[in-house]
Ligand binder design. Structure first.
Ligand code: 3HC
Length: 282
């Protein structure tokens, strides 16, 4: 793995760029504008500063990490000499399909294509490219520089060689790869999201206040964040999208999104990113 391209510099994309670059793999980071690319770089710098302060890396490593990131606004230019492309654009199938059709045209034949999707079928996105055997899901967790897991999702046609290369790459990033099959929500979100949805039902039905629901799970189950704080951190829109994928994918009413979650998304209260969700943020 000599060079990678990461498409999208949002929360997940800048974290993915951070970990590749910090582990010595040059990254071409693609954003829609120079301003968004600058914003992604400044988030990465802030997170590297945090690591320098905690003495996880030194100042030289911070500089080397930043120097190995090159920003682009053209997908075609960014992917033409890379071994791996990791897509981290918003959870919209049509958008991902559009991005991958450009990537597929411009990337060398050897290049592996990976998506960081948290819910869309890998097989379905892969089918929109000419190389489904070289297509795979590489699902990272927020905050990417901290969380150890990468769920590796095999599509219907993903080859064993592609899987092994990506498994090895995840280890190179000091992550633990876990193989999963291409089912709605994979394992992580199939388990996590119904818990979050149930916590929202507790508020919806007046069982407890949001702070108290979270305290129960933090103090009783040693969760680092309560489920409602975590839902705000992930984004309530993302939580709703994933619940809908589970609901439609399994056709089981146990996955029905809580009406309060739907209402909050409709009201634009999406969590940290809009300054308000179950809690308020600066
Ligand atoms: N970059 C680099 N380091 C970071 C960071 C970032 N963005 N955010 C936090 N850190 C580091 C801190 O420097 C600190 O390091 P230390 O252990 O050496 O002191 C450590 O992480 C803990 O951070 P803090 O002390 O600031 O804060 P907390 O102790 O409250 O931990 C947390 C923050 C790591 C986010 C913790 O609350 C946690 O693990 N929360 C749960 C997160 C989680 O469940 N993520 C998965 C979400 S689901 C998902 O992403 C999938 C998607 O498909 C929906």
């Amino acid at each position: 793995m000599k060079k990678v391209a990461v498409i999208g510099g949002g929360t997940m994309g800048n974290g993915i760029t951070h970990v590749f670059a910090m582990n010595g793999i040059p990254v071409n980071l693609v954003e829609m504008s120079e301003e968004l690319a600058e914003k992604a770089l400044s988030t990465i710098e802030k997170n590297l500063d945090r690591m320098v302060k905690k003495e996880k890396i030194d100042a030289t490593e911070k500089v080397e990490t930043l120097e190995s990131i090159t920003t682009f606004t053209s997908v075609e230019d960014a992917v033409k000499d890379v071994d791996l492309v990791v897509e981290a654009v918003p959870e919209n199938f049509e958008l991902k399909k559009k991005v991958f059709s450009k990537v597929d045209e411009a990337a060398p034949e050897r290049t592996i294509l990976a998506t960081n999707t948290s819910s869309i079928s890998i097989t379905k996105i892969a089918a929109a490219t000419s190389r489904p055997e070289q297509f795979i899901g590489m699902h990272f967790f927020n905050p990417v520089p901290v969380m150890k897991l990468v769920e590796i999702v095999k599509g219907f046609e993903t080859s064993e060689e592609t899987y092994e290369t990506i498994e090895e790459t995840a280890r190179l990033l000091d992550k633990t790869p876990i193989p999963v099959e291409d089912y709605p929500g994979f394992v992580s979100n199939r388990v996590l999201m119904p818990m979050i949805n149930e916590a929202i039902y507790c508020v919806h039905e007046g069982v407890a206040e949001p702070e108290d629901v979270d305290s129960v799970m933090k103090l009783g189950m040693a969760h680092p964040m309560g489920p409602l704080r975590l839902a705000d951190f992930i984004g309530l829109d993302v939580c709703l999208d994933i619940m809908n994928v589970l609901y439609e994918g399994f056709k089981d009413p146990k996955y029905r999104p809580c009406p309060l979650l739907v209402k909050m998304v409709d009201a634009g209260k999406l969590g940290d990113k809009t300054g308000e969700g179950f809690f308020e943020y600066d």
